[in-house]
Design a protein around this ligand. Sequence first.
Ligand code: SF4
Length: 86
Amino acid sequence: MKVDDRRGFIKFLGVSFGVATLGTSEAFGKNSKEAANYVESPKNGEKCSNCFHFKKETSMCTIVEGKVLPKGWCKFYLSEDVRREG
Ligand code: SF4
């Protein structure tokens, strides 16, 4: 592979990675509360305050629009334990 080919390939990888990282909910907008089946009460011990997606500083969710209650819940709940295990 020539130097120019390698540079082109590296640029291609960079662009591809950039496009792949756009595949987040932030890039395409957050889910509505309705679409997430959000409710203002916990479900079987699961609640926003112990969800991976919850930002306690702002009471916002990274994937559901608007403020959410710490005691709220939605179908996208993900245990914050994944943060510790990861
Ligand atoms: S339970 Fe749903 S709304 Fe609450 S923080 Fe997690 S993903 Fe967001």
